[in-house]
Design a protein around this ligand. Structure first.
Ligand SMILES: Cc1cc2nc3c(=O)[nH]c(=O)nc-3n(C[C@H](O)[C@H](O)[C@H](O)COP(=O)(O)O)c2cc1C
Length: 188
């Protein structure tokens, strides 16, 4: 099959998306696909965030964030959280999200996501369009159904469970309408 050459861009396929909570005791949440596992000892995750995001201000102010891995059933939710800013609307209240206290940081977890990873920002790197926040992992929460006989998180098992595997996408589904999402939540 012939290939075409494109101008430089960050095409990576597939890309998993996550939901980032941040802001300590006054949390916000946004959808993010620029996420990477960047070291093992100690474990670090890095997320790239545009400076104009409300969450960028909150990550700087609180020095912490939580990586919440959504389930496929939360697809529309990820569109909403990635299309509306917490500056204008309390997304956690509007989407009726259930929060849970973290173990080692002040920012809460999204209780309905099967995996949550608490991070403290260790350093940041300016990368023109984005800031790369490098987080030291403080604690990992995983639904018990994902554990193997030894009590470790079994990735293969997570992949076999439709509810637990992540969502792969780079942009909101098209067309996405936040007003329809809000009405859906209200009608619950
Ligand atoms: C699938 C998807 C992936 C996204 N990935 C990123 C990302 O990696 N970094 C980023 O800064 N914004 C990303 N966004 C955009 C933010 O989620 C969006 O601008 C959001 O409204 C910011 O919310 P906030 O202003 O409350 O922080 C993504 C949006 C979608 C739908």
């Amino acid at each position: 099959m012939p290939k075409r050459i494109f101008e430089p861009n960050t095409t990576l396929y597939p890309v998993a998306i996550i939901l980032v909570t941040t802001g300590g005791e006054h949390p916000n949440v946004f959808t993010c696909n620029r996420i990477a596992s960047v070291s093992a000892e100690p474990p670090r995750l890095a997320i790239a965030v545009r400076p104009n995001r409300y969450s960028h201000t909150l990550i700087r102010a609180s020095g912490e964030f939580v990586v919440n891995i959504p389930s496929p059933a939360q697809q529309t939710l990820t569109d909403y959280l990635g299309s509306v800013t917490g500056r204008e609307e309390n997304k956690i209240a509007a989407a009726k999200l259930n929060l849970e206290l973290a173990k080692r940081i002040k920012t809460p977890l999204l209780a309905d996501c099967p995996v949550n990873i608490e991070c403290i920002v260790e350093r940041e790197i300016e990368l023109d369009s984005h800031t790369l926040f490098i987080g030291l992992v403080q604690a990992v929460h995983a639904d018990e159904i994902l554990l193997d006989a030894k009590g470790d998180v079994d990735v293969a098992r997570a992949q076999g469970l439709v509810y637990a595997c992540g969502i792969v996408r780079e942009r909101p589904t098209n067309p996405f309408n936040p007003t329809e999402f809000r009405q859906l939540v209200k009608g619950d």
